[in-house]
Design a binder for this molecule. Structure first.
Ligand code: UDP
Ligand code: MG
Length: 309
């Protein structure tokens, strides 16, 4: 039996790109000894994306789609698609043609050689991104690698192949607000990274603002490690030890009868420690918030309509 490959495409306001990527994928597979399906997950687009997907699906019975009741974010779209994909391997790819479909044959070859995950990373990092986004992205990977227990390559992309084994494992994780890139690394298995050069978007513009990237960074760090909490403890310990050194100084000053003129030092100390305490309180709050969200057990996404089941 020939293996079946699922191509999973999250869609948020990509009406212009859907026909383009559908055709590109058909072209790639026309020269490959595999059957395939395309899984579109419409992440609450407000443009005509869903209508365009339906039109494509009417012409092509390899296309299945899910449509969310509102925007739930790309990671949840990917998670939903994995539940419905039936292939022996799943390839996740962006709808905007920034991930070159010509790489699919190479990914499949590496899969046949026994790799369970074939992921891609940007070789020429963010050549299409603006200066500020480039800096924040570099910082993001530095921080995440230092603070968390998964090692992410700089510029790792959401363009990857996952073997059925890995898909089944991911389908059984029940994590609130999944951080997909991290999770895929975290599960282990035999993984292989290949470089790629991102292309400019075919149609439309990016949905990720700097604000969204910072949110993603905090999300990435706090969902993979409690190291920031440990840092808070060490910080507290260091300052307590330093203040012990201060005691002899105060006592000696008192003994020699020196008047202690303390206004400036008092204000500086209060301001400094006030800020530090607020920051660490916020940090603890962030983790507590995650626990709160998880305890509600809300679904990760709501499917409004679909052409499966
Ligand atoms: N996307 C999504 N939900 C969102 C934002 C984006 O499903 O809330 C999809 C989008 O349609 C595209 C992919 O995720 O297929 C990557 O989005 P984009 O190109 O805007 O991000 P960038 O390439 O700039 O990282
Ligand atoms: Mg893009």
């Amino acid at each position: 039996m020939i293996p079946k490959i699922s191509i999973l495409i999250p869609v948020y306001e990509e009406e212009g790109n859907i026909p383009v990527i559908t055709e590109a994928i058909a072209n790639v597979f026309s020269a490959l000894p595999y059957s395939y399906e395309i899984v579109f997950v419409n992440d609450g687009s407000s443009d005509n994306s869903l209508a365009v997907i339906k039109k494509e699906a009417a012409k092509n019975d390899r296309i299945i789609y899910l449509s969310f009741s509102r925007n739930f974010g790309k990671d949840n779209a990917l998670l939903a698609g994995l539940q419905y994909a039936s292939g022996d391997a799943v390839i996740t790819i962006d709808a905007d043609m920034q991930h070159p479909p010509e790489m699919i044959p190479l990914m499949l070859e590496l899969w046949q050689q026994g790799n369970d995950v074939v992921y891609t990373y940007r070789e020429d990092k963010n050549q299409h991104a603006t200066g500020f986004n480039r800096v924040t992205s570099a910082m993001f990977y530095k921080v995440i690698n230092n603070l968390s227990d998964v090692e992410l390559e700089d510029g790792i992309a959401d363009y990857r192949l996952l073997d059925r084994k890995v898909v089944d494992v991911l389908n059984n994780l029940h994590e609130d607000r999944p951080f997909f890139r991290g999770l895929v690394k975290w599960v282990g298995f035999q993984q292989k990274g290949i470089p790629y050069t991102p292309k400019p978007r075919a149609v439309g513009e990016t949905k990720y603002s700097t604000k969204a990237l910072i949110r993603l960074a905090l999300q990435g760090i706090t969902s993979f490690s409690v190291k920031p909490l440990t840092i808070a403890i060490y910080l507290g310990l260091t300052f307590s030890l330093l203040s012990i050194l201060y005691i002899p100084y105060v006592l000696i000053s008192l003994y020699y009868g020196k008047a202690i003129s303390g206004w400036t030092s008092t204000i500086v100390t209060i301001a400094f420690f006030g800020g530090l305490q607020l920051m660490i309180l916020g940090l603890i709050g962030l983790y507590l918030g995650k626990l709160f969200m998880q305890s509600k057990q809300r679904p990760h996404y709501i499917i409004k309509e679909s052409n499966v089941r």
